[in-house]
Design a protein around this ligand. Structure first.
Ligand code: SF4
Length: 363
């Protein structure tokens, strides 16, 4: 077990007080925060502006990084998937998705996931452990360094999405802390408006998020318009059924401020949840709760041994058309990185795909 303090998981104020406890002046804490978060250095050895004796002392009580990169897969569409390991040897997956106007990093909040969504490969791992704030922040540091070079400023905006492995709202405190660390202007400076966190529907945390001022955008994964079907696809629905979930969503929507976004996601499973009737039921459900949210339809990304196939393109378009005709703005998400098992619901696929070739690790 790692006993040393992971400094990547400390806010600037906490680093200042950590250094004060070690008999060092406040500016040392600020200097180390900038080294970790702005210069994105991952070892004390690289911090050559610190006295050697201090670096040696730090090695004994603290770490500048805890994740190691096991493999890195590059998709034909430019998407990169990183398989990392925690200090206790648990898998963490992170995906980099380059786009024309911005790049997106999809991070994990847990190793594995305790929820049992039947269309998701991560579910098959079960929950291995929730990640620490430092492990969440470090995923972003590693990916930024790999994509642009150590400490180099991203050429385009960076968006973050908490849609990797795990249910972020079952690791709520660590998630919020990581978000606050990443928003620091002296650090990564990725503000909450550039982040979207997706939940399967942990109702008490949706209500809590509604009370928090510096919060990320919210996305709800619906996957079904009726309790009967959602109980089957997303068993969390048995605990917090649709009426309760959408009631909490409405409360959240009422607190939205300018620039904040609230969306729903709907994975499209061939002949399971993609009929015209499902689309009408979904539209009625959202309209009955007076939700003005926009929707993202996500064609399922097949991965053995999951028993589903993606809805055909024409079916997705029909479904979209019905939602739009009932006043619900809807987008179809383009699958990215399917060939390297980086797409939604495919994380943890590496164990199922030994033939997949990894490039040498980087960063
Ligand atoms: S879809 Fe998300 S919440 Fe559901 S099992 Fe997969 S990782 Fe967990």
């Amino acid at each position: 077990m790692e006993k040393r303090t992971n400094l990547t998981g400390l806010s600037q104020a906490e680093l200042v007080s950590f250094m004060a406890d070690n008999g060092e002046p406040a500016y040392r804490g600020r200097q180390i925060f900038a080294a970790l978060q702005h210069r994105r250095l991952r070892s004390f050895d690289e911090m050559s502006d610190l006295p050697k004796a201090l670096r040696e002392r730090l090695q004994e009580t603290a770490t500048a990084s805890t994740l190691t990169i096991e493999s890195r897969y590059l998709s034909a569409d430019g998407t990169r998937r990183f398989l990392m390991k925690t200090h206790d040897n648990l898998p963490v997956e992170t995906v980099f998705i380059p786009e024309e106007r911005r790049d997106t990093i999809c991070f994990s909040s847990q190793s594995g996931c305790p929820l049992q969504c039947t269309f998701c490969l991560t579910a098959q791992l079960g929950l291995l452990r929730s990640l620490t704030p430092g492990e969440i922040v470090e995923q972003i540091v590693i990916v930024l360094n790999d994509a642009y070079g150590v400490g180099q400023k991203p050429p385009r905006g960076t968006n973050l999405v908490g849609m990797g492995a795990g249910e972020p709202f079952l690791n709520f405190d660590a998630l919020l802390k990581a978000i606050r660390i990443m928003a620091d202007p002296q650090g990564l400076f990725i503000v909450p408006h550039r982040m979207t966190v997706s939940t399967a529907g942990v109702v008490p945390r949706i209500r809590e998020l509604a009370t928090i001022p510096d919060r990320p955008n919210l996305a709800i994964s619906l996957a079904a318009p009726t309790d009967e079907l959602r109980d089957m696809l997303m068993p969390i629905n048995k605990k917090w059924p649709l009426e309760e979930l959408l009631g909490a969503c409405k409360e959240f929507e009422q607190t939205l401020k300018a620039g904040e976004r609230f969306t729903f996601e709907y994975v499209m499973l061939d002949a399971v949840n993609d009929s015209d009737e499902h689309a009408r039921q979904l539209a009625n459900l959202l309209n009955r709760h007076d939700l003005h949210t926009k929707g993202n339809l996500i064609p399922h990304n097949p991965a053995r041994p999951l028993p589903y196939q993606p809805s055909p393109r024409t079916r997705v378009e029909m479904f979209k058309g019905i939602l739009e005709s009932k006043g619900i703005h809807t987008f179809v998400r383009k699958p990215r990185g399917r060939d390297i098992f980086a797409a939604c619901g495919q994380l943890a696929a590496v164990a199922q795909s030994p033939g997949l070739r990894a490039s040498s690790s980087a960063g």
